[in-house]
Design a protein around this ligand. Structure first.
Ligand code: CMP
Length: 140
């Protein structure tokens, strides 16, 4: 299995509750290594650009408001089959549907305040990593 990279956001509901360490512990225990990390406050422009694929969805405006409502931690994660490994440990988008042992089952508050974002493909991971990180900030 190839070692690949994915992009993660620890969302404002998690920074508000001071559980970024708990989230990161679950990522690390799932076999992912944090090779870049920074705590930022996303601008509205960044949120709208990052989630542009959802621009036509009814929840878009609320999503951008939520993602700019407090600090987030953006991370690059590395591991074997990192995109799938991360999505497996995150669990389903809606915590009501998330499996036992996943981050969203254990920690998420709602479908919006669902604690973590993770890329859904290698291609999107590369785009999302580039959106927030320079190559110099990634130390594998
Ligand atoms: P994320 O993986 O960050 O990508 C898009 C986000 O939209 C998703 O996580 C959810 O947190 C959020 N969202 C809010 N409402 C909905 C909804 N009704 N359906 C899907 N995603 C939603």
């Amino acid at each position: 299995m190839a070692v690949t990279r994915t992009f993660s956001i620890i969302k404002p509901d998690a920074t508000r509750r001071n559980i970024t360490g708990a989230v990161t512990k679950m990522l690390e225990e799932a076999g992912l290594r944090v090779i870049a990390s920074k705590r930022i406050r996303m601008s509205r422009e960044q949120a709208e650009g990052f989630y542009a694929v959802h621009a036509e969805r009814p929840f878009f405006a609320d999503l951008c408001t939520f993602m700019t409502s407090g600090p987030v931690v953006v991370q690059v994660l590395e591991g074997e089959d990192a995109v799938k490994r991360n999505r497996d440990v995150m669990g389903a988008t809606n915590p009501k549907d998330a499996a036992e042992g996943t981050i969203r089952k254990a920690l998420a508050e709602s479908i919006e305040a669902n604690t973590v974002h993770g890329s859904d493909s290698d291609e999107n991971a590369a785009t999302e990593i580039e959106f927030f990180f320079t190559p110099q900030e990634i130390v594998g």
